[in-house]
Design a protein around this ligand. Sequence first.
Ligand SMILES: [Zn+2]
Ligand SMILES: [Zn+2]
Length: 255
Amino acid sequence: MADKDEIQTSTDVERAESVREVLGARAIIALVPGSISLVLGVLMAFLYPGLLQGLGWVLLVLGLGAIGYGIYALRQTREVKAVNIICPYCQAENHFTVHPRNDIRCVDCSRNIPIRDGQVLQVYQVQCGYCQHLNYYSDKSSSLVCENCDSVIPIATDEEAAGAQVLAQFARREDNDPYDLVLLTAGPKPEKMIECLQHMLALNRNQVKQIIAETPVTLMTGIPRKKAELLSGDIRQAGGRAEINLTETSEQGTS
Ligand SMILES: [Zn+2]
Ligand SMILES: [Zn+2]
């Protein structure tokens, strides 16, 4: 999401994975030379005492120190605690060492995850009015550019309401309005249509035949658009034609 919020995206939180990586690398850097130093030190100090004995002791102590540090770093790696932030767009888990105070970028979908007061803000879906691509915005969004076609999707921000609202004429929010499914024609394959509607409406043969005889007929009312689209697809499959209309109610809550 090419969002203006990007500018504020914080870099002060560290990904738990990267912290673990750094600690792990440090442990290896300490452990490998530490072990070599220890072995050399033991050889020189105990097995081949002589001129190099003093140096052997130095190596031995250095080696022990490095190994000690390496083990410490390894233990820390395990103790890196992860704050788990679930991406509101793709549900991917993002791990951080501390609770992020500002927006973060999702590891999986690269979208900006809006954070306010340590909480992931709710995101809303909005369909691009130009290409129908689904975009997301949150209460923090002040502008929105379509991920797909780069068109500007206008959002009116209202500081008082602390909310962003998309101007309905350009883009429409994933609607929760109720819809009607209307059967226009049963099509050339009445048997298939009867079967389809029996299944869809859980009615018996005669009831379904009755319904088909009355086309155009409203099959269902007050169902979500998604469901209406799905069912109208089933009807098309069975050779018929259906229409989806906004359910007419007294109160049209457009928020
Ligand atoms: Zn994501
Ligand atoms: Zn678009």
